[in-house]
Design a protein around this ligand. Structure first.
Ligand code: GLC
Ligand code: MG
Length: 581
């Protein structure tokens, strides 16, 4: 009898562990829709807005260029490097926030949306930054944190004073017993998002960290103040916005508890983690409505402006931000493909999905690195050859490519341990067991100073100065100056590819068609077609040399590695790709 009970319990335990493992270790993939692909070339070029064909370079102001020797990058430093970005070949520059901020989350905690933080410069410098960019025929994108402010923003300072001040309803305040949050809602980080304020004796909600209280967008005054700010920057000539955690703006007005989920390890899109599905405080339908409202403001401006949303979810959800009539956000980041695997099937699957979910006139985006994640070169095992070929892929796909400063030279990810991080994230996960803590990424490691040249401080700041984060040890080898003078460098590859993209309508505006016979295997092959112009891209993602027959006579425009075109055959070296005409 006892044996049977023990056996039964064991069986139940084993089944439970198996179910948990399956739930947590698989990423279920979404069914791909059957869509009639509308091809871009049917639309007249002059009816298509510039942003559909732009290329974006992300600057993280703290770490790009310091001009005054305080070890922190600044706006004057950025201005001195604008020619660099133009010469590299990008059209649009997106700046992570340089607004006033206590810098607890390095600018993603804004205390004034109109003024730059004094350590970066003053308003006159912001004006000249915009002018200097436009003078170079380039575009400027600001980063807007609409979801939350800093706890030091005067609005929150006032709001937390009492339950009946003029700003009392500007944030998400709720009654409740001090030991029991009003709902079970998790923040973006998967832990309790409610914080008790002892003065007001109420809870406030924050989607990110406790010092970043969420604004109450259901209050018309909040909306009005934020729209006014958006218009202020549009009037100043800003060409677009990157919208920070845009899918956390609205929460359920009924404050309904989120459902339980078996998922502990975060799903790729963070919708489920730590036993919860964030059904009521993430991707709320009112976020989709807000996307349209913002779009209608932007659409009153000429030349056209655009928005790209930092949003997480499956493709079906992400499309809701873009709107059925393309009347929402112009673009959203498609992070699914950013979790790079150097594998042809991986890319084929992700790109196929993107093409199916976002056919023309939707415009996809391709992003592999930013200020929050492990740099892509690290995911490629610091392999410069793979990086060159990844650039070829990224700059020949249909959609807007986003690069992050340093990506053009394959700047590596640092190794600064979490327990000495300046980034507030690792500390927020202090409660995790040690083995799991090691999995939390210290974002300092992708924010180390830009490596401009060999020598002290890599040219980021003056020689004797102490930079706010250490310059990485390998900067003498991996830097802009040395790669600019090396014809085979990653920098040169990127520059050449950007030039080819800028000069060829199919790469900017054309549709993407997979070549028959390449549905499987190590080679990715597609055409970019615009009217009567066609370019062919072939990429070998393997360590073997591939001999590929070509259907007609072609010319080699560019190769990211070893490639020989001879007698109707293309001989493509390991991890190498080509553009053919
Ligand atoms: C976004 C930003 C990140 C920031 C967070 C909170 O994810 O990219 O850097 O910490 O939002 O604003
Ligand atoms: Mg400085």
């Amino acid at each position: 009898m006892l044996r049977k009970i023990v056996l039964g319990v064991l069986l139940i335990l084993i089944t439970a562990i198996a179910v948990l493992a399956v739930v947590n270790l698989t990423n279920a993939s979404e069914p791909i829709p059957e869509l009639e692909i509308a091809h871009g070339e049917e639309a007249e070029l002059n009816t298509r807005p510039w942003w559909e064909a732009t290329t974006v370079y992300q600057v993280y102001p703290r770490s790009f260029q310091d001009s005054d020797g305080d070890g922190v990058g600044d706006i004057a430093g950025i201005i001195s490097r604008l020619d660099y970005i133009r010469d590299l070949g990008f059209e649009t520059i997106w700046f992570s926030p340089f607004f006033r901020s206590p810098q607890k989350d390095f600018g993603y905690d804004v205390s004034d949306y109109y003024l730059p933080d004094p350590q970066y410069g003053d308003s006159l410098l912001v004006d000249s930054l915009i002018q200097e960019i436009h003078r170079r025929d380039m575009k400027v994108v600001f980063d807007l944190v609409l979801n939350h402010t800093s706890e030091e923003h005067p609005w929150f300072v006032e709001s937390r004073l009492s339950k009946d001040n003029p700003k009392s309803d500007w944030y998400l305040w709720q009654d409740g017993n001090p030991d029991e949050p009003p709902t079970n809602w998790h923040s973006a980080l998967g832990m309790n998002g409610w914080h008790y304020d002892t003065t007001r004796q109420q809870w406030y909600f924050s989607s990110f960290l406790s010092f970043q209280p969420d604004l109450n967008w259901r209050n018309p005054e909040v909306k009005k103040a934020m729209f006014k700010m958006v218009q202020h920057w549009l009037d100043k000539g800003v060409d677009g916005f990157r919208l920070d955690i845009f899918n956390y703006i609205y929460e359920d007005p009924e404050f309904t508890d989120n459902p339980f989920s078996l998922r502990v390890i975060p799903t790729q899109d963070y919708t489920k983690m730590f036993w919860q599905e964030k059904k009521y405080n993430m991707n709320h339908p009112d976020d989709f409505v807000l996307a349209k409202e913002l779009r209608s403001i932007l659409d009153t401006y000429d030349p056209p402006r655009f928005m790209v949303g930092e949003v997480f979810g499956d493709h079906k959800t992400l499309k809701n931000f873009l709107g059925q009539e393309q009347d929402g956000l112009n673009l959203v980041f498609l992070f699914d493909i950013s979790a790079l695997e150097w594998d042809a099937d991986f890319f084929r699957d992700k790109i196929r999905r993107i093409e199916a979910f976002y056919p023309y006139p939707y415009t996809p985006t391709y992003v592999f690195s930013n200020h929050d994640r492990v740099r892509s070169i690290t995911l490629l095992g610091d392999d410069m050859q793979k990086a060159r070929t990844l650039s070829l892929l990224q700059l020949t796909l249909r959609g807007v490519p986003f690069y992050y400063q340093g990506e053009e030279i394959g700047m590596p990810t640092g190794n600064i341990p979490g327990d000495i991080a300046l980034d507030p994230l690792p500390a927020a996960f202090d409660w995790l067991p040690d083995f799991a803590k090691d999995e939390v990424f210290n974002r300092d490691n992708c924010r180390t100073p830009m490596q401009w040249e060999a020598g002290p401080n890599a040219g980021f700041t003056t020689a004797g100065a102490e930079s706010w984060l250490p310059v990485l040890p390998g900067a003498d080898e991996i830097n802009v100056a040395s790669q600019r003078s090396d014809p085979n460098s990653l920098w040169q590859t990127n520059q050449k590819l950007l030039q080819i993209r800028n000069e060829n309508a199919p790469l900017k505006w054309g549709s993407l068609r997979w070549l028959p016979n390449y549905d499987q295997g190590d080679v990715l092959a597609y055409e970019r077609v615009y009217r009567d112009q066609t370019l062919t891209v072939m990429i070998n993602i393997s360590e073997e040399v591939k001999n590929l027959p070509l259907s007609d006579k072609k010319a080699l425009i560019f190769a990211s590695g070893e490639a020989v075109l001879e007698g109707g055959m293309l001989r493509l070296g390991p991890d190498s790709g080509v553009i053919l005409r």
